[in-house]
Write a protein that binds this ligand. Sequence first.
Ligand code: NAP
Length: 334
Amino acid sequence: MGELKKAVQFAQTGHPPDVVEIVDMETDPVGPGDVLLDVEAAAINPPHLLTLAGGYGVQPELPAVPGGEGIGMVVAVGDAVTDVKLGERVMIPLYSGGCWRQQIVVPAERVTVKFPPEGDPIQLSMIMANPPAAWQLLNTVVDLEPGDWVIQNAANSAVGNYLMQLASIYGFHTVNVVRREGLEDQIAEARGDICIVDGPDLGERVKAATNGADIKLAVDAVGGEATQHLADSLAEDGVIVSYGLLSGEPCSLSPKDIIFRNVRLQGMWTSKWLQGRGSTPESRAAVYDELRGYILDGRLSARIDATYPLAQIKEAVTHGMNQRDGKVIILPNA
Ligand SMILES: NC(=O)c1ccc[n+]([C@@H]2O[C@H](COP(=O)([O-])OP(=O)(O)OC[C@H]3O[C@@H](n4cnc5c(N)ncnc54)[C@H](OP(=O)(O)O)[C@@H]3O)[C@@H](O)[C@H]2O)c1
């Protein structure tokens, strides 16, 4: 029998804090091609909460361990493994079977992103989804040149922060739409140019704030009326890319914008990119190399509101669902 380690498990979907529980779980055997990881840090992100609630694009068979992204230290290596070494710090691969647990066994061939020992494990633990999402939003939807403007909503989210930081590296200007007052300093800290509160007159206020700049790209994490507000701010032929379901409402977009101004609405899902839609193993490795470099030199980071040990998973999940000032991180071996 393998060693018993603590893990979070959910046997049904529902209100996230009610469905998560701590269980003792036997660690899988380490096969010849596997590595065993001690999970150092794992973020609680909106998709994980949606999965617990039963509303995400891919739902696991239950019971399941939640958590889709994190960082782990290699503590055992299968006999046939040559590319991954004991003591290396690595990104936990996508769809590894849930990483809100103390230990996880993964096939070594799926370990594609490694980190130097000196990096901040909490910042590095978030590299899998949000930084490439920001990268994709800026690099794969429309052709942008230095000096171009981009508008985004939910700008104080982690993706929003990464997007502002990346845009500033690339020389793009950003209009950053938030849903509440008092976030100007946070937006400026993330090198965003303009911070503006959402509302039905967003288009007019954006035109005034940017001196009528032609905005080619709008990045929408919210949906509902917020989509139309972005459309009102966009130039003719502009593109809205929808990548989040935060309001839970269908994206609202007037046919007048679609027909007379050729405004287009499209989607973006990083999971598909990770599985090869619009990417190859080599191109993904190049993107992660770029992003890891920015995280290590401090140009890319997410705000952290709190860290929790595994034992406090219900409090952690509740915190993650509430309004907060950054990410909630689980430290399974703390
Ligand atoms: N498509 C993809 O591939 C992809 C990849 C990564 C992330 N995402 C999505 O990106 C979004 C942001 O993720 P994250 O991890 O960066 O989020 P996060 O850091 O947890 O922040 C959540 C953000 O959502 C805002 N928010 C919550 N409910 C809202 C509502 N009803 N209306 C407007 N704003 C609302 C919050 O604003 P307050 O601070 O005011 O509460 C906060 O800015 C999520 O929807 C996530 O699923 C999608």
